[in-house]
Write a protein that binds this ligand. Sequence first.
Ligand code: ADP
Ligand code: MG
Length: 232
Amino acid sequence: MTDISDILEKAKAEGRNYLLEPEAKEIIARYGIPVTKIKVGKDLDEVLKYAGEIGYPVVLKIVSPDVIHKSDIGGVKINLRNKAEVERAYKEIIAATKRFKPDARIVGVLVQEFVPQGTEIIIGVSKDPQFGPTIMFGLGGIFVEILEDVSFRIIPITRRDAKEMISEIKGYKVLMGARGRETCDIEAIINALLSVSKLAWEHQEIKELDLNPIEVYSKGLKVVDARIVLEG
Ligand code: ADP
Ligand code: MG
């Protein structure tokens, strides 16, 4: 059992059942799933320092327990190529958050590497009243939102379940490199599904988990955004 109790305890102590993106990413990283490099800056100076350490281009995102859908309120700025762009984005993000909710608690601004586009997938966990934790897989964007092209299994899953979850969606051809796209690293997706299943099985206090999006490449993948909601 991988120890993530320090992160869960901190959220509980602060009366939160919602884990912030850096916390959720730390948890899934401990389960062996590749995530973007991240650092939380408390002010502009720290954010600029971390941007330099991570290397341009970077992405900035608001870290606030009051902001769940970050880009909806203008809390995400991508592909920032230099200090001037980071400074402007930082100010815009703070202003947008205050416009959205004047008393929003701002933990800081998350700096992360800007990852190249691959094929977007999503992995989710939710609790079924009858079957307990279930895992969902699908392609990102319109495939999930409009076409509802997803597969589900009850947790825990086997390697064979993971393979079937991937191959049974209609969009499987997209993963296999239809129309000149590069073939996705299916083995990396299988491993990510198994790791998420293990995490949700070992920590039943997780009520919802949402990795959306994950960029998949011909070799490897990277989680770009992560959300976890705890019971209670
Ligand atoms: P939200 O809380 O709105 O879901 P996300 O963290 O998912 O915020 O960011 C919104 C979008 O910005 C993502 O769906 C992705 O397209 C893009 N994005 C976010 N982080 C990165 C990153 N590190 N590299 C490249 N694109 C990113
Ligand atoms: Mg997202």
